[in-house]
Every structure is written in C-alpha cells, then in structure tokens.
Design a protein around this ligand. Structure first.
Ligand SMILES: *Cc1c(COP(=O)(O)O)cnc(C)c1O
Length: 365
C-alpha cells in the first residue's frame, strides 16, 4: 500500500528553518589548524571541571538529579542569584527554545535585532511564531527601533548584551528603557552569553529582579569552556521559571554536565584568569588590526568583528587566513558581508592572526 505523503507534513514554520551548518574545524592536509570561529575558551575549562567530569564515569547507569539543585545553588552563590529562580538547560539554546515554546505561537511576533544570534529566529519558527527583524544602529542594539517595532502581537524580544557577532553592548539604562517601554504581553530576554567577559558586570540581573518582564540567559559554553557539554541557565521571575520548567525534560542535563558545570562556576579564580587574559589579548588584537587598516568596534566579548573595505576583501582575507591554517567566522549570514568575526585566542593565537592579516593587508596595497 502506498501512503499519501502529502498528508504527512511538518508544522507550519518548520520548513522555513534552514538546516544548520556548523562552523568548520578542519582544513584538509593541515595539522596546525587554529579554530577561532566559535568563541570557545582557548584555555579550555577549569581543571576542577575536568576532574568533576571524569569522577562521574562510575555513575553512568544512574539517572541525573532532575532538579539540578546542587548546580543551581552553586550558580546562586557565585553570581549572587536566587537558586529558586534559576532553570538549567542543555546550553542556553535550550532555554531560548523553552521561552519560545511557552510564550509564542502562531500569529505571535518574536523580535530579534538585525545582526542578532541565529537561534532566536530558529526557535521562534519552531514554535510556529513569526520572527521580526529590527535594524541596529551602527552595529548596536537600537532600543527606539525595537520599541517602534512592537505591536499587540509581540510576545518576546531577544537581545544579546554583549551582542554576537558585533561585540557591542548597551548600558543598563538602555536595557531598562527597553523593558519599561515594552507592551504588557511581551517578555524581554537578555542573552548574557558573554556577560562574564565584562569586568564587574552580572548580566543586568538587578533589572531582572526588579521586574516581572525580563528573563536573563547565561551559558557555560563561553568563559567556562564547556561548549561540548551543553549547559546553560535562565534567571527570571519565579512565575516564568515555573512555566519554563513545565516543558523542560526532567533529565535534560547529564550527571557529568551537572558536575562539571558546578565545578567550573565555583572556580572563580580560573574564571578571573580567563577574563583577564581575554581583555589583554583582545586589546592587542584590536589595536594591531586597527594599525593595519582593519578597524573593529570596541568589543565587550571574547571575539572581535574585523571590518574590511568590501565583502570581496573580507572573503579574500578569510581565504588567506585558511591558507595560514586559521579558521574564523564569515558573518555574511548575519548581514555583515564585509566583516569577519575572530575569536580572541591565547597570546600565541592572536600573534598568528595578526601576522596572517598583516601579510594579507600588505599584499593588497
Ligand atoms: C554562544 C552563544 C550562546 C550559547 O549557546 P549555548 O547553547 O549555551 O552553547 C548563546 N547566545 C549567544 C548570543 C551566543 O553567542
């Protein structure tokens, strides 16, 4: 019996999602590849996190703690947050998906900014909602443009602060103005994936605590160096956390992920070391690139957005970097065809980038 294929259809919106193409990590025939395309921590995770991970090897047959209590309490102690208002996810990507699933559906609008992180659009479409793209101003989140784009259908507004791939940041006063100006049915999601790279900044968690309409997301994939383990968390009003927990699979984090993330967040000395190294290496990378005629906006994150004269120059530089064994991120898909996003590596990695871009720029003039 042949089946009628036309009746077997995915939900509306699903086929509008382009299949994800991951960043490359290999160049054929090269053993010395330097991967600077995914904003990973060049120093890896804290040694304590690695040990905690290995210690879980004897307990692989046991289901993990579905409440994540130990991890939430550790996050709470280190970041001065209320553990009861934390929800953990398999990466912050999963928290973003929960928010869309719970708060947006067909007919609803989900706002993201022009150069915003790709997962916002994907999760909005997966929930059947309509993504709405709002312009940025000189590669910065434009609060007025977002407020002007809000309608009675707006349910979620996503901004990353610092932003990816631009590296720029808006001050708390601007975030506050955005939260205050949103329509009552809209939730502001503050993606703080890079918050730890900003000295003294805690992702605007004070604003989260004062208001009922802000949720903050954080990740263990960036400064904590655990991108391969998939751990992130959300922090928000108890009412919203309770809603998100209804769709969370009870065992969404593995034992090893819970243990390693806990050890990572508790190793505050190591986090501080990574933050300092990033600031030093980033300053040098930005200054040296600027000296060669490759400017970038002041970055608050662990990457720089290097700008070139044209898309063609950016492409040619990317090709030159690959010839030198260096993989960076093309960001044409983020509407920045004349730029390359370069992760801040360790000092040796930055020297290699500076050297390769230097050769490229010299050959161009
Ligand atoms: C890297 C990144 C994340 C982290 O995603 P995970 O799922 O936690 O690995 C979230 N938001 C932005 C803007 C990012 O760049």
């Amino acid at each position: 019996m042949t089946q009628d294929q036309s009746k077997l259809r995915p939900q509306p919106g699903i086929m509008d999602i382009a299949l994800y193409v991951g960043g490359e990590s290999r160049i054929a025939g090269r053993a010395d590849v330097l991967k600077l395309s995914s904003n990973e921590n060049p120093f890896g995770p804290s040694p304590a996190a690695r040990e905690a991970y290995l210690a879980e090897a004897g307990a692989l047959h046991l289901y993990p703690d579905s409440s994540h209590l130990g991890l939430r309490e550790a996050i709470g102690r280190v970041h001065a947050l209320d553990p009861a208002r934390i929800i953990c996810g398999a990466g912050s990507d999963e928290i973003i998906a929960f928010v869309c699933q719970c708060y947006a559906g067909p007919g609803d609008e989900v706002i993201h900014t022009e150069h915003g992180f790709g997962m916002y659009r994907i999760s909005a479409l997966a929930a059947g909602a309509t993504p709405v793209e709002v312009p940025e101003r000189e590669r910065r989140t434009d609060v007025d443009a977002i407020l002007a784009a809000c309608t009675e259908r707006t349910r979620i507004v996503f901004i990353a602060n610092p932003n990816n791939p631009t590296g720029t940041m808006i001050p708390d006063a601007e975030v506050e103005r955005l939260a205050d100006g949103l329509p009552p049915q809209a939730l502001l999601v503050l993606d703080g994936a890079y918050a730890e790279f900003v000295p003294g900044f805690n992702g605007s968690c004070g604003l989260v605590e004062e208001r009922e309409n802000i949720l903050m997301t954080r990740t263990f994939s960036k400064i904590y160096g655990l991108g391969g383990l998939r751990v992130g968390f959300g922090y928000g009003p108890a009412r919203i956390i309770e809603v998100l927990n209804r769709v969370r699979g009870p065992f969404n984090l593995s034992n090893a992920a819970i243990a390693a993330a806990r050890a990572a967040v508790e190793d505050v000395g190591y986090t501080e070391y990574c933050r300092e190294q990033n600031s030093l290496n980033r300053a040098r990378l930005q200054a040296d690139l600027a000296g060669m005629g490759v400017p970038s906006d002041p970055s608050s994150a662990n990457f720089v957005l290097a700008r070139f004269k044209s898309a063609e120059t950016a492409e040619a530089c990317d090709a030159h970097l690959r010839d030198a064994g260096i993989i960076v991120r093309r960001v044409a898909g983020y509407k920045l065809p004349a730029a390359l996003r370069i992760t801040v590596g360790d000092s040796e990695a930055c020297a290699r980038v500076i050297d390769a871009v230097g050769h490229f720029m010299k050959a161009r003039v």
